[in-house]
Design a binder for this molecule. Structure first.
Ligand code: GLN
Length: 190
């Protein structure tokens, strides 16, 4: 199974390591020609504005949108979640705009802009899962077809809509492979 990682900017090698660890083949994706070979794609954390510019400049925005709209499983972590969202509460920009969620960028503000915690997410795996947040967005509204996977202090921080998975946090920065296994399951089920 080939799992792509959008390779412009951000936490690329961290995802690569986890994908390899679960026995899938990581593919760093920088060209539209690479899209057809993939079983799924991860949009990493980083800076959504920068990734959006690079997607446009390289001509990859539309082919990537088409591939995901056509069923390619996609998982956005943090900035990647911003790329997936149909609506951004505090930013006029729109990127892939595929997932029926409203996202607030940098939602935790300056005071607690980075933190970690752990929670149980029964849909994803057993036991406590470590969650790492870095200048994280969260989801303020979900459409009818969106399944909320995790709430933290009342805010939605993980959700799924069919072939789309979005997390405010960074599983790739932890030792846990649980989220990568869950996503690989989505790719296998395609
Ligand atoms: N705040 C960043 C953005 O808006 C996301 C931060 C992250 O991905 N760690 O793109």
């Amino acid at each position: 199974m080939k799992i792509g990682i959008l390779g412009f900017q951000g936490a690329i090698i961290e995802h690569e390591r986890h994908v390899a660890a679960i026995g899938a083949e990581p593919v760093i994706v920088r060209y539209r020609e690479q899209l057809p070979e993939l079983d799924g794609i991860i949009l990493p954390g980083g800076e959504s504005t920068t990734m959006g510019k690079l997607l446009n400049r390289t001509g990859m925005m539309e082919p990537l949108r088409d591939a995901i709209a056509g069923g390619l499983p996609a998982w956005g972590t943090c900035a990647g979640m911003i790329l997936l969202a149909k609506r951004l509460e505090n930013d006029p920009a729109r990127y892939l705009a595929l997932m029926d969620i409203t996202v607030r960028r940098n939602a935790y503000g300056r005071q607690i802009d980075s933190f970690s915690t752990s929670v149980e997410i029964p849909e994803v795996g057993t036991g406590q899962l470590p969650l790492v947040f870095i200048r994280a967005p969260y989801i303020t509204e979900t459409g009818a077809g969106v399944q909320v996977l995790c709430r933290l202090d009342g805010h939605v921080v993980a959700a799924r809509e069919g072939n789309l998975l979005a997390t405010s946090f960074h599983p790739e920065l932890t030792d846990s492979d649980v989220f990568h296994r869950y996503f690989a399951g989505m790719c296998a089920a395609r």
